[in-house]
Design a protein around this ligand. Sequence first.
Ligand SMILES: Cc1cc2nc3c(=O)[nH]c(=O)nc-3n(C[C@H](O)[C@H](O)[C@H](O)COP(=O)(O)OP(=O)(O)OC[C@H]3O[C@@H](n4cnc5c(N)ncnc54)[C@H](O)[C@@H]3O)c2cc1C
Length: 403
Amino acid sequence: MQVEVVVVGGGPAGSAAAVTLARGGRSVLVIDKAHFPRDKCCGDGLTTMALRLGEHLGLDPEPLADWQPVDSAVVHSPSGRTIRFPLPSGDGSYAAVVPRMSYDAALLDLARSAGAEVREGCSFTSIGLLSEGAELMVEGLGEVRASNVVAADGMWSPVRRALGLPDREGRGEWLAFRQYVSGAGPQAADLHVWFEADLLPGYAWSFPLPDGRANVGLGVLRGRSGPGGLTGRLAAGLLDRPALRAVLGEGATAEDRMSAWPIPAHLDRAVLAHGPVLFAGDAAAATDALTGEGIGQALLTGILAGEAVLAGGPPAGIGRRYDKSVRHHLLADHRMSVVLQHILFRPLGARAALRMAAVSSWSRRNFARWMFEDYQRALVATPRRWRRGALGRPGAYLRRLEG
Ligand SMILES: Cc1cc2nc3c(=O)[nH]c(=O)nc-3n(C[C@H](O)[C@H](O)[C@H](O)COP(=O)(O)OP(=O)(O)OC[C@H]3O[C@@H](n4cnc5c(N)ncnc54)[C@H](O)[C@@H]3O)c2cc1C
């Protein structure tokens, strides 16, 4: 089989790349080892960046099962103080929650309707670089030749491994746990985040879903002090923590087994391009180092990978163009997130930061917008981005809400 571009992985990064490439007139094959709809261990939270990029790709949230708009975040500080951070209202969507089961399948459908060929249940196994392009072995398809490859194959990136590329941070900077819950009480209709002292450097969340359900989880930066297995034990006791129970209610029960997955957040050291291969999403370790959120970054890097290929030229030029554009869009924010990690994930730092963020209704509103990636993490430190309106852009799907 011969195509212009093979996209390995049909998650948000792969679908975004495939939509961009197919709309640009390239023949695109997307392969994924899973059959969709498939689950992905995740908090299911969409930031403003993810919503805007989803809208740009043409994703309609209306028909998506269990789409839950979010209008504020309730943050619980290490001292036990609770602060509500409101998002702007009547000005588009700034945050939402949607199970990855329906979200990823809808994105992959967009790639299909844009003209990409999607083959599910087809696992990438090996790759050989050619003078022009690459040759991949794919279970269920056999040999596939392509001029360009987008490796959007997630945290463990089998393509990166098959190419023998080093990844010293291979275990991921974060370890995160997810538990779906049913029968939650009315307080769980809000989005909650807990910075409890024994969870630092990390946080717990309860993200609302329709019909009394919630996505509850814990994300912890690796390298925390304490005996091995402590993070696992904290996760196992998550639903029994008094602060979480008070929000979830006594009737809330776990729907299934808790799942766990690492999150890579070292964009500054990741290999973004190798020969005709561009790495996107978790395969490029592009998640936000402060929160572990990576859906928006996966969509962005997927789109940038598609655009770099569409601009044409030899593989080395495409690789350089892609590397440069990813760094231009995300590197300053990544560095800012790493700095803030050190401040916010200490009890005193978290307390002080939340106290400052809660000083006025203006600071509360803007902190919420910053947390949900409406403003870039490093906006304040990157003057090239200071434009009129940088602090007052509408959210996503404004036209749909107006219509
Ligand atoms: C517990 C947890 C909570 C999180 N919460 C949030 C959150 O609330 N908000 C947020 O924005 N981010 C969150 N993240 C991060 C987010 O899940 C990832 O950043 C995002 O899924 C990255 O998308 P991706 O397309 O790069 O990779 P993935 O979504 O992982 O997709 C990779 C695809 O590659 C396929 N694949 C893998 N190997 C092969 C192979 N050999 N052949 C073919 N296909 C293959 C897989 O089947 C998969 O479909 C969370 C992560 C975790 C672990």
